[in-house]
Design a protein. Structure first.
Length: 349
């Protein structure tokens, strides 16, 4: 007698649905477990990818202007890489500051990317804060502000300085240059729900990207940095224009501009990017601007002892202290010339 297909087909469908529901439940449970593990165990406050995610989510805001891309929110506070990061009413890292200085006080603007911001470093340990504090200890009357923003290139730094930093009327502009400042303008994709809310998704995405660099066709860090400085590289062309733009803005403000080159801290002896530094120096000095390479200040030190964490070679507090010592030496004569010319920054009575 032939099987009654009319009764067996619904049973097969019912069985399929039960299995699909069971599989979906297991997958969902695994994803929830992965999310819980990511937040409760992996997230120890020092995971680079998760801390950058929090930084983008809690401190940054997207900016419609194409030459800015993103900026800091005003009056924000977050714990990032074990350090408190606060922004003031202008979106600068640090305490509140008035638009005008007190009479006789010279103002120094520190402009740059995450290295200037002080990623993973306490506010008082950033070279911006240390330089100001040391100049005051030496009897100079100064104040300053930190206009460092993570993931900025030189074009973005210039655009934000023109908009906000110039209004603060600094007497000295300290532009800190890092090798990745020649990156082209970043692209800002539409963020998904997972991008905004899932720590597990962030970890997975970062690991996939790392595997692509390890086994795929993405360049390693040395090749990547070197590729930024090819003669036809769009980012490098834009960076050269932006460096000239900083020189023009400084002249317009009647301010002194100085560029400090921060070395890539993964390898210091021999340093693999001396030729890149030479290219940046040539561009800066062609604009009549002082260029100081900070590599000599750290090249004899153990590189890993200068990192925020072993996987994250951002300058730590020790590196910032070394950098600030050299910066102070170079800024003192500049400050004293301003004292003679404009009676600003003069030694306190």
């Amino acid at each position: 007698m032939p099987p009654q297909s009319g009764t067996s087909v619904p049973k097969k469908i019912e069985s399929f649905l039960k299995n699909a529901l069971l599989l979906s439940s297991v997958v969902l449970l695994c994803l929830l477990l992965f999310e819980a593990v990511s937040r409760l165990i992996i997230d120890d406050g020092k995971s680079y990818e998760l801390e950058m995610w929090k930084y983008a989510r809690d401190v940054k805001i997207r900016e419609p202007r194409s030459d800015v891309g993103h900026r800091h929110r005003a009056n924000r506070e977050a714990e990032l890489m074990g350090a408190k990061v606060r922004t003031n009413a202008f979106g600068f890292r640090g305490p509140e500051i008035g638009e005008k200085t007190a009479p006789g006080v010279a103002r120094i603007a520190f402009v740059g990317d995450s290295t200037t911001l002080g990623w993973g470093v306490a506010e008082q340990e950033t070279f911006a804060e240390q330089v100001i504090a040391e100049l005051k200890r030496k009897g100079r009357k100064v104040d300053g502000f930190n206009l460092g923003v993570g993931n900025y290139n030189t074009t973005q730094e210039l655009a934000l300085f023109r908009e906000r930093g110039a209004k603060m009327k600094p007497d000295i502009i300290v532009l800190t240059y890092f090798i990745n400042d020649a990156e082209p303008m970043p692209s800002y994709k539409q963020e998904s729900w997972l991008d905004l809310h899932s720590a597990a998704w962030i970890l997975l995405s970062y690991r996939v990207d790392s595997l692509k660099r390890l086994f795929g066709d993405l360049p390693d860090w040395k090749k990547y940095y070197r590729g930024l400085y090819k003669p036809d590289a769009a980012g490098w062309k834009a960076t050269q224009q932006a460096l000239g733009g900083f020189a023009d803005v400084a002249r317009g403000l009647g301010a002194q501009l100085i560029v400090f080159n921060l070395p890539e801290l993964r390898e210091l002896q021999p340093y693999p990017f001396e030729d890149v530094t030479a290219k940046v120096r040539a561009t800066v000095e062609s604009k009549g601007v002082a260029f100081i390479d900070l590599l000599p200040a750290v090249e004899k030190l153990d590189p890993q002892g200068l990192w925020v964490t072993v996987p994250d070679p951002h300058p730590n507090g020790r590196a910032n202290t070394v950098f600030s010592g050299q910066m102070t030496k170079d800024l003192l004569p500049m400050l004293d010339r301003i004292c003679i010319k404009e009676a600003k920054g003069c030694q306190a009575p």
